[in-house]
Ligand binder design. Sequence first.
Ligand code: IPE
Ligand code: IPE
Ligand code: MG
Length: 234
Amino acid sequence: MPKHIGIIMDGNGRWAKKRMLPRTAGHVAGSENFKTIARYCNRIGVKYLTVYAFSTENWKRPKEEVDAIMDLLRKYLKDSTNFKEENIKLRFIGKLSELPEDIRELMAKAEEDSKEATGLTVNMAVNYGGREEILHAVKSIGEDIKNGKLNPDELTEDDISERIYTALQDEPDFIIRPSGEYRLSNFLVWQSAYAEFWFSDVLWPDFSTKDLDRAIDAFNKRDRRFGGIKVEKI
Ligand code: IPE
Ligand code: IPE
Ligand code: MG
């Protein structure tokens, strides 16, 4: 079983278009599917699930669409108590300081309410960009150099890993992107150095637990060498 799955929840707009619905209807369907998939991951024993909900680039979209996504997030946060009952821990990653204040407060409350959960940890990436995340880590390193806590000659990769938003978690070992696009779109740039990838043409609102099972089966057949060579069993 992968320990940490990352999902780029893409294809909501095309799902809606196919049904002659407004794009926002696709986001509603996508957010419902997120709940189904998160519960399923919890049931099958995945430790971490990072979902890409809104990128640092998504502000380029029409204001009505951005507002609709933020409203959906508000609505979700207001009843995220469901997750507490299911023993799922919620965390939010990204440049949260740029989000509306009421959303930030709701996020803090959802994190607080679920902090004792021992099941799946869900990292929801909102106003998240992998490069922004690295920049944030670099700024923190700069501060620590300035105040004498770090020596620039002794910096290691761990100094960055300890400062990214998913610090202290196992690195994502499996990244899934539905919707027929074959790119990372600024998702988990640092963490995905040795992740396995799975691409599917299914649009996110249609991506089912069966699709996830199929992806995990494929993951389990991969030979992960991490630059080494396969050790043959004698
Ligand atoms: C992903 O679906 C959701 C967000 C980026 C917020 P899209 O809205 O990108 O759907 P497509 O790619 O246009 O189909
Ligand atoms: C990536 O999807 C971001 C999220 C799913 C939140 P996009 O639809 O924004 O990515 P591009 O623009 O196709 O690369
Ligand atoms: Mg898209």
